[in-house]
Ligand binder design. Structure first.
Ligand SMILES: *[C@@H]1O[C@H](CO)[C@@H](O)[C@H](O)[C@H]1NC(C)=O
Ligand SMILES: *[C@@H]1O[C@H](CO)[C@@H](O)[C@H](O)[C@H]1NC(C)=O
Ligand SMILES: *[C@@H]1O[C@H](CO)[C@@H](O)[C@H](O)[C@H]1NC(C)=O
Ligand SMILES: *[C@@H]1O[C@H](CO)[C@@H](O)[C@H](O)[C@H]1NC(C)=O
Ligand SMILES: *[C@@H]1O[C@H](CO)[C@@H](O)[C@H](O)[C@H]1NC(C)=O
Ligand SMILES: *[C@@H]1O[C@H](CO)[C@@H](O)[C@H](O)[C@H]1NC(C)=O
Ligand SMILES: *[C@@H]1O[C@H](CO)[C@@H](O)[C@H](O)[C@H]1NC(C)=O
Length: 792
């Protein structure tokens, strides 16, 4: 047995030597012609070198297999199948290191036969040759180039800007939904390495982006839309030259910023009251870093609101303390979540808010109502409200008084409408409405209704008695009320023969007043009538003027003496009596009745009731007089009477024993009249002679007085066209009640000034005409009494 084995070994060795002799000769030829199959080996792992042992001829059998390495003539491994089937063949490896780790595997398909080398190392690299000998077929040779794998360098990661991401540092930040770019690169590696991006066990990118020739291998990862779940995760770049050699891996933690993905106003959308502030809560989540919440109302940031915020890693809550006003009703409230690190990373929740507020209110004339408002028409006013909730009740007011519903009077307030039927003059005024809802009650601003009406006689001027002097021109004033202003006046007069229009007479129309200067054509003219018209219509009832013979005026009444308010004199005031149908003026006469300084018991004429001659006179358009020139210590007597063109009132009102006790600076009146009349009184000191002089003086004075009055009357009757006009105008420059005149000046002077004065009134006091005319001689109107009883 031993010998058998030995013998075979020797024989094999011989055979090998023979083979070698043959083979060694043609080694170079093999290397040129035979293709070498490349096999990559991983150090420390096994390598398998393929060798196809399928015979060229069917039924043929393998006899010998030899493995050679590089240029060595000696096989490192052999297999002898000459004695039987190949699976029973004897394997022989050279006793060196490589041979001892090799084994030829023949199991399975002959084409899959291979030499397995265990635990290869760098020295095993080289070109191996497999020689297969057959029984009948020609010998075949295969060449295998075993090269060891070289792993590339460790991967390096770069961002889009080309900056390297250091180990254990995160990449990013990347924005959710935006592109993410990372580049992984390795150097070297044999064979050319593969480079893959991995995430959670799956390959993201396996495409090599570098050129084949390059020493550096690059894989650029591009994610078009960065998904949310990449936040707080890592991705991995794996490099390998051969899968069998394992991977060289590099993990990169990612920083990904997230948009807020949820924002919600969580407070229920209830009706907000305008009067108080209310809390509204908004929450957001999903943002990284945490979102900031802002509030907008109607597109504008709410600045002065109180906001409470809470914040966790991805959650933000905000409580807005909102104060709304009525105008905010229907506006849009927006809660907006902004990721401060994420441009455009915002989300919003919006809602329309509903504000409860007290009514806002305005009175308007219904468009269907005609404006301007005319007497006799119907109008409707509307109470325009804006309120939430809608008002439950309305009220209407005229001049601040509640308007009751009165169908008979045609006053119909109905909720937000007020209808006034058949408008009258007194329907004019300030109208207002009020409306109430749960939030309160509001009153509107007053709304002025002006009513236009046809002219009518001014109150107290419906029927006027006009005193007429024979052959005198009458001046008659027709006063009407009208809105708008009068456009036309017309006059008629009637006699026993009928009613005739006034023609050719002079009229002056000043606004609401028409002044007619009329000379009656005959004695039987009974009345004048005046009609005015305006845009609304013609006056229905005329103003009437009954022409009666003129009379002397009535005496003034209720005369009083009192100190002036400044304490610098005395004031005498009376109430005017009837003017007798003509213009009246008033005269006050002052007489010095100081008892002469003589032994007591002696009496004077003045004590016996005879009026002493007046010291001076004061003339006035009104029965109101101020006396500044009286001397303290003296006693005076004051007489007041009225006069018109027909004559003077009789008897005069006499106020005896008027004294001044004030300390006002004494002011002598430098008039001739005074000195004239002083002389007799100062001289009358002792005797009856004096008394006689006084009587004579008084008589002369009385005669002079009567004469002057007669002259005055005559002058007035002849010259003055305005005698009948009853008017007064207080002119600030020359108040007529303070005229102080000498007796001489009283006649011509007074009347000249008086007529000038009146003429100026006609020209300049148009707007005050109604005020100027006081106390006309009214017959029928009850108002006339009150207008006469003005207190002074
Ligand atoms: C090959 O081997 C088989 C069985 O071992 C044998 O039957 C056959 O004859 C052999 N062929 C040749 C050509 O030797
Ligand atoms: C074996 O293959 C490697 C890799 O392709 C090559 O670099 C080497 O030159 C080859 N060796 C021979 C002897 O052909
Ligand atoms: C990773 O993949 C597994 C299985 O596909 C999955 O269940 C898991 O949720 C993934 N994890 C992440 C963070 O995506
Ligand atoms: C309604 O108006 C008429 C006419 O103005 C008046 O006489 C009557 O008193 C009013 N009724 C009420 C209830 O005020
Ligand atoms: C003139 O008119 C007045 C007022 O209308 C009237 O009272 C008077 O009787 C009339 N006189 C004549 C004569 O018609
Ligand atoms: C006319 O009378 C009306 C009503 O009294 C008044 O409103 C208006 O101002 C007067 N017009 C003139 C010009 O005086
Ligand atoms: C005027 O005032 C004086 C004192 O200042 C007083 O004594 C006198 O009675 C008053 N006269 C009248 C009329 O009021």
């Amino acid at each position: 047995m031993h010998w058998g084995i030995f013998g075979r070994g020797v024989c094999l060795l011989v055979t090998l030597l023979c083979v070698c002799k043959v083979d060694c000769l043609d080694t170079k030829e093999f290397q040129k012609t035979l293709p070498a199959k490349l096999v990559w080996g991983v150090p420390g792992k096994n390598a398998e070198l393929p060798c196809d042992i399928t015979p060229a001829l069917p039924g043929d059998n393998v006899t010998m297999i030899f493995w050679f390495k590089d240029n060595l003539g000696m096989p490192l491994y052999s297999l002898d199948a000459r004695d039987g089937p190949i699976d029973k063949a004897s394997h022989l490896a050279m006793s060196d290191d490589l041979g001892s780790r090799s084994y030829f595997i023949t199991e399975g398909e002959p084409s899959q036969a291979r030499l397995s080398i265990q635990n290869i190392n760098v020295h095993d690299q080289g070109v191996f040759r497999c020689r297969v000998d057959f029984v009948n077929s020609p010998t075949r040779n295969f060449q295998v180039n075993l090269t060891l794998v070289a792993q590339p360098s460790a991967p390096r990661i770069f961002d889009a800007e080309g900056r390297e991401i250091r180990v254990n540092h995160p990449a990013g930040p990347f924005l959710e939904g935006h592109a993410m770019f990372l580049s992984c690169q390795v150097d070297g590696g044999r064979p050319r390495p593969t480079l893959n991006w991995w995430y959670n066990g799956t390959i993201l990118d396996s495409v090599i982006d570098s050129s084949r020739a390059s020493h550096t291998t690059v894989n650029q990862l591009v994610i078009a839309h960065t998904p949310r779940h990449l936040r707080k995760s890592r991705i991995e770049c794996r490099a390998t030259s051969s899968e069998g050699a394992g991977y060289i891996s590099r993990e990169v933690p990612l920083t990904v910023f997230l948009k807020p993905n949820k924002v919600k106003i969580v407070t229920p959308n209830t009706l907000l009251s305008a009067s108080k502030s209310q809390n509204i809560r908004c929450e957001t989540s999903g943002s990284h870093p945490p979102a900031k919440l802002t509030w907008l109302l109607d597109g504008r940031a709410i600045r002065d609101a109180v906001v409470t915020e809470e914040e966790t890693e991805t959650f933000t809550g905000s409580i807005l303390s909102l104060n709304v006003v009525a105008e905010d009703d229907g506006k849009e409230l927006v809660c907006r979540a902004d990721n401060p690190r994420f441009p455009g990373g915002n989300a919003e929740d919006r809602r329309q808010i509903h504000v409860a507020y007290p009514p806002k209110i305005l009175v308007q004339l219904d468009p269907a109502s005609k404006s301007p408002v005319k007497e006799g028409t119907d109008i409707t006013m509307q109470c325009k409200t804006s309120a939430n909730p809608l008002p439950d009740s309305y009220s209407w007011y005229q001049n601040s008084h509640l308007i009751p519903y009165n169908a008979t009077a045609g006053i119909l307030p109905e909720d937000s409408k007020l209808t006034l039927k058949n408008i009258e003059q007194n329907s004019a005024g300030q109208y207002a409405c009020s409306a109430m809802n749960s939030e309160g009650e509001t009153y509107s601003a007053p709304f002025e209704i002006q009513v236009q009406y046809a002219p009518r006689c001014k109150r107290g001027y419906e029927m006027v008695r006009v005193g007429a002097l024979p052959f005198e021109t009458l001046s008659v004033q027709c006063h009407v009320d009208a809105v708008p202003d009068v456009t036309r006046f017309s006059w008629t007069y009637n006699t026993t023969r009928g009613v005739l229009p006034v023609q050719g007479a002079k009229t002056e129309n000043l606004g609401n007043v028409s002044i007619l200067h009329f000379t009656p054509p005959s004695r039987d003219v009974e009345a004048l009538a005046c009609w005015a018209s305006n845009s609304v219509g013609r006056q229905r009832d005329p103003c009437l003027f009954f022409i009666v013979p003129a009379e002397t005026p009535e005496s003034p009444r209720s005369c009083l003496v009192r100190n002036t308010s400044h304490g610098d004199g005395l004031e005498v005031s009376c109430i005017a009596g009837k003017d007798g149908g003509l213009h009246q003026s008033f005269v006050l006469e002052v007489s010095d009745v100081t008892p002469p300084s003589k032994p007591p018991g002696v009496t004077t004429l003045s004590d016996q009731g005879v009026l002493p001659p007046p010291k001076y006179r004061v003339l006035g358009e009104r029965p109101l007089f101020r006396l500044h020139s009286l001397q303290p210590g003296k006693e005076y007597q004051v007489a007041v009477y009225a006069e018109n063109a027909k004559g003077k009132s009789d008897p005069p009102v006499v106020l005896p024993h008027v004294r001044v006790e004030y300390d006002a600076p004494y002011e002598e009146i430098p008039t001739e009249e005074e000195s004239t009349h002083k002389q007799p009184s100062s001289d009358s000191s002792t005797s009856n002679k004096n008394l006689t002089w006084i009587i004579i003086g008084a008589s002369v004075a009385a005669v002079l007085l009567i004469m002057s009055i007669v002259i005055v009357a005559a002058v007035l009757a002849c010259k003055r066209p305005t005698t009948v006009v009853k008017r007064r105008c207080r002119r600030s420059s020359k108040p007529p009640d303070e005229f102080e005149l000498s007796e001489d000046g009283f006649g011509e002077g007074f009347h000249r000034r008086s007529t000038q004065y009146r003429a100026s009134m006609y020209g300049e006091c148009e707007d005050r005409i109604t005020r100027m005319i006081e106390g006309p001689d009214l017959i029928l109107s009850p108002m006339s009494t009150s207008e006469h009883s003005l207190e002074f």
